[in-house]
Design a protein around this ligand. Structure first.
Ligand SMILES: [Cu+2]
Length: 140
């Protein structure tokens, strides 16, 4: 009689272990996919998104440019959006020499600079009017 009880409680203990392991696996999978998807976003750079076939690059200008080293796709029409927020330093005055772009950004606002499709291997550099702050966009 007591034997039966022991073997019964063993079975329920095994069930508990199997269920616990199952839950751990499910949680582990969810965690793994959540982590790996956020890593994918980080790898492509939070600054770069694709919207309706147009590559959107978003950076901020205030005491420099953030991010200042961006990896983007080549051969895609691109819009560079520069956001200023109470930007009273010279990073509000930006040039991209290769594109003959010279923009005086508003102290606060969002400015779009259209970038035509760039060949793979091209690097565009943007600099402030004094040349002390810069950012790079690498097209690959
Ligand atoms: Cu400057």
């Amino acid at each position: 009689m007591s034997k039966t009880t022991i073997s019964f409680s063993r079975t329920s203990l095994n069930k508990t272990i199997i269920i616990s392991v199952g839950i751990l696996l499910v949680v582990g999978f969810i965690w793994f996919f959540a982590t790996s998807s956020s890593q994918t976003t980080a790898a492509t750079g939070d600054a770069v998104t694709m919207v309706n076939g147009i590559q959107i690059i978003q950076i901020t200008a205030r005491g420099g440019y953030k991010p200042n080293n961006i990896n983007a796709k080549s051969n895609v029409p691109t819009s560079l959006w520069i956001q200023t927020t109470n930007t009273f330093d010279c990073s509000a005055s930006v040039t991209i020499p290769k594109l003959n772009v010279r923009e005086n950004l508003p102290n606060t606002g969002n400015t779009e600079i259209k970038i035509p499709e760039q060949a793979s291997g091209t690097t565009l550099t943007g600099v402030c009017s004094m040349g002390m702050y810069s950012f790079k966009i690498n097209f690959n």
